[in-house]
Structures are given as structure tokens and as C-alpha cells.
Design a binder for this molecule. Structure first.
Ligand code: ADP
Length: 300
């Protein structure tokens, strides 16, 4: 098969591993920088060009679209979809997953557990917003934040009020969330491929920190997830319409709570923690599904 990897950087661990896994299985792999692609949109023969050549003959695309280029990256992926190329994750599902508010609304509609969460842009009544989500301690998040930046724990009512007011002064959209203290600074990343959790790891925050992001000094280790956690992770990926997803959840007294569903989950941390060939499993998934119709895949 001819497989395109939509990625801006051929040196990134995940890109390298996917490229390697394609080659090991005898496929041709091409790394495509979406920003460098230009497209001809017409009703007869849509096409995509890259450095003067026509990108044709692809059987599948693995999108690894960074959050900074979601808009253009998804447009290029959509163009491949219009040319009937199989996308490991569809552009519509990736766009959904990049909007935290939309994601939580979709998950709540499907009844997937999540921390009590409020969203606001310019509330006139901050005290009522705090009351709505159960009062301090609270986690306050900037909607645009990633890798734990812009995620603040406000332990008292006063701290919550001042942080919310400061963020609102910056004209940011914010999320105000119940603090899941019993998670003890740990979260669980479940890696889902084709409706199955194929690997999972626990990320533990550094001493004195509540955010478990590896970029913030958190450490990863192997974990056995419960059947309920497995079910929740699968339901979350399905609600988002993602075939490959990194589902982050917190262990709480009332069961697993979803925090985020990532559509381009990194491979480095999870391959290191589990010793599994996850890049290879993504290629296996393509081999099994690239010929199937979209309807069949959505029903999986
Ligand atoms: P980002 O998307 O920037 O990584 P997250 O929402 O995933 O931000 O939060 C970063 C980390 O903070 C999480 O991995 C988790 O460890 C911790 N965290 C986030 N929200 C909560 C919460 N409501 N209760 C307890 N811990 C939380």
C-alpha cells in the first residue's frame, strides 16, 4: 500500500515510528507536510499538490495534525477524503476533538462520566459560576491551553474568584472544573485503536504538582485498567468518532471520569511505558480497514 503520514516534522518520534512501521510491513510511506500542500477544489477531479507533484495513488493517510495547524491540516485531510483515500481519523472527528467545549458536550450527550464542568466567556456572576460547579477547590483551565499550561488549581473560594477574574480580564474562554482530589495527581492514558484499548499507562505528577503531564515532569508507568475504565475509554473514542485516540481519564470515587480525548496521541511515552509496537498496530488497523466503506467503520 501507499500510505501518507500527514506530519510537519519527519524527525518527531511518532512520525519516525509510523514511517518505520509502514516500511517494515512492506508499504510505501510518504511524509507530507500539510502546510506545504496546495489544493485544487473542483467538482470533477479534486487534487492535492506538494512541491510540484500531484499526490495521487494513496491508499491511506495517517493524520498527525498539530494543534497549531488544525484548520489547514484538516482541510488537506478533507481533500484526501474527497479523493476517497482512507483516513485513519477523519477530519470531522479531529476538528471536534480540538474544541474542548464541543468534545465535553458530545461526551455528556453519550453519558460518558466526566468531572462537573462549567464553561464561561464573560459571566456577570462569577460567584454563581463557582457555585454551579460545587465550590472550591476547583481547577480552572484556559480553553486554548495544552500540555498543562493554563491549568490552575484554586484551593479556596477567594483564590478561585481571583483566578477566574484574572483569566476573564485576558478575554479568554475558561473552563471551571470540579477538582478530583482522590486521583492523587495521576491520570490514565488509554490508547484506543479501532474500538479496542490496546495499551494504557498511568502518568503520575511530580511531587507537589497536581498536573501529570509528562512535559510538566510527570512520570509514566504501566497500569492495569478496570473493565469499567476500558468501557469508558472505548465509549469516549466512539462518541468523538475517532478510530485512533488517546483517552485521558481520572480515577475518582464515582468511577472513571474523562478529561480529554486526543486525536493525535503521541507514541513515545506509551511505547516506552508498555514496550508495545503501537505504530505497528496502527498500520495493522489500516491493513484491515483501508478497503472498507465509511459506513462500516462508523458502526464499529
Ligand atoms: P492539558 O490539555 O493542557 O494537558 P488537562 O486538562 O489535561 O490539560 O490537565 C492537565 C493535568 O492536570 C491532567 O493531566 C491532570 O493530571 C490534572 N487535572 C486536570 N483537571 C483535573 C481535575 N479536574 N481534577 C484533578 N486533576 C486534574
Amino acid at each position: 500500500m501507499k500510505i501518507g503520514i500527514l506530519s510537519q516534522d519527519a524527525n518527531l518520534y511518532s512520525t519516525r515510528r509510523l514511517h518505520e512501521a509502514c516500511q517494515q510491513r512492506g508499504h510505501e510511506a510518504v511524509i507530507i507536510n500539510a502546510l506545504r500542500c496546495y489544493m485544487n477544489i473542483n467538482s470533477v477531479q479534486p487534487s492535492i499538490h506538494f512541491k510540484g507533484t500531484d499526490l495521487i495513488g494513496f491508499d491511506a493517510i495517517i493524520p498527525r495534525i498539530g494543534s497549531d495547524i488544525t484548520f489547514y491540516g484538516c482541510a488537506v485531510l478533507r481533500q484526501f477524503e474527497m479523493m476517497d483515500v482512507f483516513a485513519v481519523n477523519q477530519s470531522i472527528a479531529i476538528s471536534r476533538s480540538r474544541d474542548k467545549l464541543r468534545s465535553l458536550q458530545l461526551l455528556s450527550r453519550e453519558g460518558v462520566g466526566m468531572p462537573v464542568t462549567g464553561f464561561a466567556s464573560k459571566p456577570d456572576d462569577v460567584l454563581d459560576l463557582i457555585k454551579m460547579v460545587g465550590g472550591a477547590p476547583l481547577v480552572i483551565k484556559l480553553l486554548e491551553g495544552t500540555q498543562g499550561i493554563g491549568v490552575v488549581l484554586a484551593e479556596t473560594q477567594k483564590a478561585a474568584e481571583s483566578v477566574i477574574e484574572a483569566f476573564l480580564g485576558l478575554k479568554a474562554h475558561i473552563m471551571v472544573q470540579e477538582y478530583i482530589e482522590e486521583a492523587g495527581g495521576a491520570d490514565i492514558r488509554c490508547f484506543v485503536i479501532g474500538g479496542k484499548v490496546i495499551a494504557s499507562m498511568k502518568r503520575q505528577a511530580a511531587e507537589g504538582e497536581f498536573r501529570s503531564n509528562l512535559h510538566r515532569g510527570g512520570s509514566a508507568s504501566l497500569i492495569r485498567i478496570t473493565p469499567e475504565e476500558r468501557k469508558t475509554a472505548i465509549a469516549a473514542a466512539k462518541a468523538m468518532g475517532l478510530s485512533v485516540a488517546g483517552v485521558d481519564l481520572l480515577r475518582s470515587k464515582r468511577g472513571p471520569l474523562i478529561m480529554e480525548v486526543n486525536s493525535s496521541p503521541g507514541l513515545e511515552g506509551i511505547e516506552a511505558a508498555t514496550g508495545k509496537d503501537i505504530a505497528g498496530m496502527i498500520i495493522d488497523y489500516i491493513e484491515k480497514n483501508a478497503g472498507k466503506s465509511r459506513r462500516n467503520l462508523q458502526n464499529q
